[in-house]
Design a protein around this ligand. Structure first.
Ligand SMILES: NC(=O)c1ccc[n+]([C@@H]2O[C@H](COP(=O)([O-])OP(=O)(O)OC[C@H]3O[C@@H](n4cnc5c(N)ncnc54)[C@H](OP(=O)(O)O)[C@@H]3O)[C@@H](O)[C@H]2O)c1
Length: 433
């Protein structure tokens, strides 16, 4: 395949930019570009469906009169723009359009985590074949420069594990629940504030964070994961009582995305977990994001800040655009496909809701000991009716799959009123087996 020359500021000319998608982030990118007037970058085209609606929006006031607005993607693909900035989201039709843009000699900047998690490797190959850029610094943690930081600043280390809070919606919900609000109320507030979609599943069930975890694993540990193979667990089963018990254990609850390389195997999981109050992740509130990357030589590095929102995300997009305009190269190291397991060796928090009868605790203890898991503590708060009694058992470190085996039989007991809730408990030196 022919290698095309990249246009860069070296040619003393601003790169021409098309925005695909003029929503929250697209509008903010236009505003940031207008406010800063970077000489290397010139916005020339905006594409969106029903584009007249967008052209008359408030956000359009920041856009120069010379910009071409279109709802025909071919206008962009046939134009002389140098960089296509994709801010629409989703896999289709975006993937096909970006492939065509790369083949037409246009570099790509995107904030689309699903696209990069599922199709990033293929798109990167096309970009490399055409000597073009494919940058996606805004795809994880919005305005927090975790991707460029890892690409440039940590590639000299051997990163062995990472963990973090990469979904601002879940963090908003869980940190408000920690302060006493209930799940349904907070979810409604999050939807009204624009933090959560009307269908919140992508956030609360872990799909969004899983895509981000796969991207981070690829960059930090050069590991290609099948996103669908990464275990996810919803936060929607967490109740106020869990925060009370977590507090008794000197912990709180956060949606944690974690990955740990173990030879050829990757341990990876996205789930609500008990986080020690002393851990930086417990201090992350609201829509903040935080990623802790652990390297063999450099130890722990923490990235934190605003993980979402139009303007923080636009900063990441515009930073990528400037990198393309100045033809900045990122370090490329070989990436290997890794098998994934959701198993981690960790203490576990098990919450049961039962119609109280004699012998329940010994039955649970028997089921756990049958699989080789030991109980560490038993917590039972006063004030709950015996016919609907919530109590908690914590275990000594054991594999999640071991606990799940025991819980499968416990869940069948007549006295169990709900499916038992099982959460990993993070420790300071938590290791995958
Ligand atoms: N918002 C954030 O805080 C944030 C943070 C990090 C990354 N991101 C990522 O950034 C991207 C954009 O997010 P956003 O929040 O800006 O979304 P958004 O507000 O929904 O904007 C998306 C825009 O793209 C347009 N669009 C979608 N599909 C289209 C299609 N098939 N043809 C033409 N136009 C189409 C939409 O038009 P309509 O108005 O007609 O729907 C809308 O204007 C996503 O990949 C998202 O995951 C967002």
């Amino acid at each position: 395949m022919t290698t095309k020359r990249k246009k860069s500021v070296g040619a003393n000319k601003a790169v021409k930019v098309a925005l695909l998608g003029f929503g929250t982030v697209g509008g903010s990118v236009a505003r940031v570009l207008a406010a800063s007037r970077f000489p290397d970058v010139q916005l020339t085209h905006i594409f969106n469906r029903n584009v007249d609606r967008k052209r008359s929006s408030e956000a359009a006031k920041a856009v120069s009169a010379s910009v071409v607005w279109t709802d025909n993607i071919d206008v962009i693909l046939r134009s002389d723009v140098d960089v296509v900035v994709e801010l629409m989201g989703g896999l289709n039709p975006v993937e096909g359009w970006l492939r065509k843009a790369l083949v037409a000699g246009k570099s790509v900047v995107t904030a689309n985590k699903q696209l990069i998690a599922y199709r990033g490797t293929g798109l990167a190959k096309i970009a490399a074949q055409h000597n073009l850029h494919l940058l996606h610094g805004a795809a994880v943690a919005g305005g927090v420069p975790v991707i460029p930081g890892m690409l440039q600043g940590l590639c000299g280390d051997q990163v062995t594990r990472l963990s973090g809070i990469v979904n601002g919606t879940c963090n908003y919900i869980l940190s408000r629940m920690e302060a006493g609000a209930d799940y349904a109320t907070v979810l409604e507030d999050a939807q009204q504030l624009g933090y959560a979609e009307s269908d919140p599943s992508a956030d609360v069930d872990g799909y969004d964070a899983r895509a981000k975890l796969c991207i981070l694993s690829r960059i930090a540990m050069h590991a290609e994961l099948d996103p669908d193979a990464v275990a996810i667990q919803t936060i929607s089963a967490i109740e106020a009582i869990d925060f009370s018990y977590a507090k008794e254990l000197n912990c709180t609850i956060r949606q944690v995305s974690r990955a740990e390389l173990d030879g050829k195997l990757m341990h990876a999981r996205v789930a609500p977990m008990l986080v020690p109050l002393a851990s930086p992740m417990a201090w992350s509130h609201g829509t903040q994001n935080m990623v802790v990357v652990s390297g063999r030589f450099g130890g722990d590095v923490v990235f934190s800040g605003h993980g979402a929102g139009g303007e923080p995300t636009a900063v990441a997009v515009v930073s990528d655009l400037l990198a393309v305009a100045q033809d900045c190269r990122t370090v490329q190291l070989p990436v290997r496909r890794r098998e994934v397991t959701g198993d981690f060796l960790a203490p576990h928090y098990l919450r049961f809701v039962v119609d109280d009868k004699p012998g329940i605790v010994s039955a649970i203890s028997g089921a756990l000991s049958k699989v080789g898991a030991n109980i560490d503590s038993l917590l039972q708060r006063r004030g709950y009716p015996k016919h609907r009694l919530p109590f908690v058992v914590t275990t000594e470190p054991c594999l999640s799959s071991t606990i799940e085996r025991a819980l499968a039989s416990v869940a069948r007991m007549d006295c169990m009123l709900e499916k038992p809730l099982c959460l990993q408990m993070l420790e300071v030196e938590d290791k995958a087996e």
